[in-house]
Design a protein around this ligand. Sequence first.
Ligand SMILES: C[S@@+](CC[C@H](N)C(=O)[O-])C[C@H]1O[C@@H](n2cnc3c(N)ncnc32)[C@H](O)[C@@H]1O
Length: 386
Amino acid sequence: MEYKYTKNENYEDFASGRVLYHVGGEPTFPVRLSLEIYERCLHYSNKKTDISLYDCCCGGGYLLTILGLLKSNSISSLYGSDINSESLKLADDNLGLLTKAGISRRRDELEALYQKYKKVSHTEALHSIDIIEQRLTRDIKTSVFKRNVFEVCDLPFIPDIIITDVPYGNMVEWDEGSGGINQMMNALSSACGNETIICVCMDKKQKIQTEIYQRLERQLVGKRKFEIYKKKVFGTLSCAKEYVQQSRLEDWVQLFLRGDGKNIELANGLKDNNFKYVSLVMINLNDMDVTEEVPEYITENSDKEWFYYEINEMINKIENGWDMPPLIVHFQKGIYHPLDGRHRNIALRKLDITQAPAVIVLNTKEDYQNYMLGYKMEEANDWNMP
Ligand SMILES: C[S@@+](CC[C@H](N)C(=O)[O-])C[C@H]1O[C@@H](n2cnc3c(N)ncnc32)[C@H](O)[C@@H]1O
């Protein structure tokens, strides 16, 4: 790979174990490559300043700390998570070096070591710590927490960039799950915004196979490779239609709900309850059984205000020709229950629009027969309910 953004300089001041903490067995990451990857991600990111950067397999936090020290002009927060509590302790110590207090503590440790052993390496480290301290020109928020990267979880922040160096066997193995890199990518989706740029560094054997993300770049670097991704946008009617043309409506629903639709619970519910996906049709909004606007689980006034704020945003989008994703509607005992698209539904009604595209789903033979009797008799023979 040709380095586009990063010169071949001497980065020994930032070597692991010199000023930055190191514990035997913890992998690190080449400094120049970290900087190059970050710049490539920044190039793809729409946001260029105040970047929040997340490493979901952060280990001892070496990569994050390096970027915090050398890219503080654009980074404002660093988040790291890992499954290993010992590694997280190291990450906490390393990220502490981004503060004056952390640096002064480290200087005391290095001076004590020098007094005791008088080693050249300690003199060198004391020289490097001066250089590192000069770089602390800006406060960067840092946070480390325990997380198994195979588990879906909502994070209290939306990262602008994720850079992660996943296990590849020679020093660390995947822990607590066998799904490997693809399970990680699927679980990561709920933590990403639509604009988040994700870079995964791995060995050449691991292969990311996913429809949720669009690959922006792939580079081989020695034994490693890194790939840069962004979430695909599935939430448009045109995208749904493309999947219908390929007879893959169910895939569209799953990809949309697990991706930018951000409704993994519904995606799982549809799978677990063996729902069938009948068709993408125009539905009359008055046929749906929505009685109240604000769902009853929203009780706080501020949450209600946010609910209506989002609806107003949608009204603006619809007025500006939004390629709106279809509603997802459950046909049950002759009634249409909206499953996904409550905001869209209300926004459309407020604009006096009475019809909208919807994906109809159902899960009993009776409902299927009723639906087909009322609407699409000719397709009834294609359906095989268990
Ligand atoms: C190659 S190391 C990362 C090193 C890190 N980039 C650094 O700069 O220090 C991979 C990390 O993945 C972590 N890991 C393994 N399985 C995991 C899982 N299921 N969830 C989260 N982290 C995991 C390991 O504990 C290890 O710290």
